[in-house]
Design a protein around this ligand. Structure first.
Ligand SMILES: Cc1ncc(COP(=O)(O)O)c(C=O)c1O
Length: 397
C-alpha cells in the first residue's frame, strides 16, 4: 500500500516506548525474566460488584440500543453528581454539567477539537501524558510546554508564561495527581490556576484520572472546589484507575455548562456514547466507592513504600509520592533517561520508562509504575532492588 498517511499522522512524534518494547521482546525471546514496572495499567481485577452490575444490566434489552441522551443516561449522571457532592463537596448538575465519556482519554482529546483552530496555542505541562500535545497538533494548534520543575514540586510557574502566549492560548491543561511525576497540587495552586484562566480568558482542562489513588490520608481536590472554577474549567474523571477498569472505557467530564456542551457537540459527531450497561456498572462502582477505595489505596501504598525505601537504600534521592501509582526517580550521574532505562532493562532486567518519553523536561528521570505486572508484587520489588544493587554498585546522583 503506497497511499501516504494524512499529514497529521505523519507529524506525531514517534512512539516513545518503541525502542524499549523491541528490546524487551528480544530479552524475553532470549529467556530473560523481566521485572515489569513499565506500563501504568492496574494489574488487579475489576471488583465483583461492578462485574455483577454489568452482567445484570447487559441482560436488560433497554441497554442495547444507542444512548440517545448524548450526555449519558440520567441515572449515571445523577450517581456522578452524588459522588461529586460526597467526595468533593461540589454541586454538579446532572442536566448539562456532566458528560459521560469513553474513558477520559477520549474526552481529553475531543475537548481540544471543540476549541482549537489552526494557529491557537495550548498550554501543556511537560512532562505529560501525550494526548494534550498530540491533539493540539492535529487541530493545527501549537502546544506550548509549561515545565514541571522538581524544585517547584512539579507544579508549573504560571507567572513565567510570556504575555504573548497568555493572550493567544485558549486552553490550559493540568493533571493532578500527575502522571508521570506522582506530584499533587494543593488548593492554593488550583485557585491560582483558576484565577489565571479568568484573567486570560482561557479554559482550564483538569485531567483528574488519578484523583482517587492517593496515600497517607491525602485526598486530592477537584478543581471545581475552587470558587468561580465552573465558568472556566472542565475536569476529566475516569473509572480506569479507581476501579481497575482500564479496558471498560468509561469516565466522565464535569464543569461549566457551556464547556461541557462544546465537548458534547464534538462527541455527538464522533461517537454514540458509552454502552448503557457499562454506565449502569459505573453507577454500582460509584455507589461502592467508600467501601472499596481504602483497600485499593493501601495496596498501592504498600508497594510504594517498598519501592521507595528499596531505592532509598541504594542511595536514591527520592521522596514517596503522595498520589498516583508512579515513582519518578532521578537518573544517576552519567546517564540520560533513555540510557539509564535501557541499562536497567539490559543489565538488571528491570523495565521502567525513560522520563524523556513524556517530554523534554522529563529528561533526568525514569518512571516506575506500581502496577506491577507479576503475581508476587512485593517480591518483584525486592528482586528489582537486589538486581540493581548487584548490577550497578557505583551509582551517584
Ligand atoms: C494522565 C492520564 N490521563 C488520562 C488517562 C486516560 O485514562 P482513561 O482513558 O483510561 O480514563 C491516562 C491513562 O493512562 C493518564 O495517564
Amino acid at each position: 500500500m503506497s497511499l501516504p498517511r494524512a499529514q497529521r499522522l505523519q507529524r506525531i512524534p514517534p512512539y516513545p516506548f518503541r525502542e524499549v518494547a523491541i528490546l524487551t521482546a528480544r530479552l524475553v525471546a532470549e529467556g530473560r525474566e523481566i521485572l515489569d514496572f513499565g506500563i501504568g495499567d492496574p494489574d488487579m481485577p475489576t471488583p465483583g460488584f461492578v462485574i455483577e452490575a454489568l452482567a445484570r444490566a447487559a441482560q436488560d434489552p433497554a441497554t442495547h440500543q444507542y444512548d440517545e441522551s448524548g450526555y449519558g443516561i440520567q441515572e449515571y449522571k445523577e450517581a456522578i453528581a452524588r459522588f461529586a457532592a460526597r467526595r468533593f463537596g461540589v454541586e454538579v448538575s446532572p442536566d448539562g454539567e456532566i458528560q459521560s465519556c469513553i474513558g477520559s482519554k477520549e474526552a481529553l482529546a475531543h475537548i481540544v477539537w471543540a476549541y482549537i483552530d489552526p494557529g491557537d496555542m495550548v498550554l501543556v505541562p511537560d512532562p505529560a501524558y501525550s494526548v494534550y500535545k498530540v491533539q493540539t497538533m492535529w487541530c493545527g494548534g501549537s502546544p506550548v510546554p509549561m515545565p514541571l520543575d522538581p524544585d517547584r514540586g512539579f507544579v508549573p510557574d504560571l507567572q513565567a508564561i510570556p504575555l504573548g502566549v497568555r493572550r493567544r492560548a485558549k486552553l490550559l491543561f493540568l493533571n493532578y495527581p500527575n502522571n508521570p511525576t506522582g506530584a499533587v497540587a494543593d488548593r492554593e495552586f488550583l485557585a491560582e490556576a483558576v484565577e489565571f484562566a479568568h484573567q486570560w480568558d482561557l479554559i482550564l482542562c483538569h485531567d483528574a484520572a488519578y484523583c482517587e489513588v492517593a496515600y497517607d490520608g491525602f485526598e486530592p481536590p477537584s478543581i471545581l472546589e475552587v470558587d468561580g472554577a465552573r465558568d472556566v474549567c472542565i475536569e476529566f474523571h475516569s473509572f480506569s484507575k479507581t476501579f481497575n477498569m482500564t479496558g471498560w472505557r468509561v469516565g466522565w467530564a464535569m464543569g461549566g455548562k457551556e464547556i461541557v456542551d462544546a465537548l458534547s457537540t464534538v462527541k455527538s459527531n464522533v461517537d454514540s456514547g458509552t454502552f448503557m450497561a457499562i454506565q449502569r456498572a459505573g453507577i454500582a462502582a460509584l455507589d461502592h466507592y467508600d467501601s472499596w477505595v481504602g483497600d485499593l489505596r493501601s495496596r498501592y501504598q504498600e508497594r510504594r513504600d517498598a519501592l521507595v525505601s528499596g531505592l532509598q537504600s541504594l542511595g536514591w534521592p527520592l521522596e514517596p509520592p503522595k498520589a498516583a501509582f508512579y515513582v519518578w526517580a532521578p537518573v544517576p550521574k552519567g546517564y540520560t533517561s533513555l540510557e539509564f532505562s535501557r541499562a536497567l532493562l539490559e543489565k538488571a532486567g528491570v523495565l521502567t520508562i525513560a522520563g524523556s518519553a513524556y517530554g523534554d523536561y522529563g529528561e533526568g528521570f525514569v518512571r516506575w509504575s506500581l502496577t506491577i505486572q507479576a503475581e508476587d508484587k512485593l517480591g518483584t520489588i525486592e528482586r528489582a532492588i537486589e538486581a540493581i544493587a548487584a548490577d550497578f554498585p557505583d551509582l551517584t546522583w
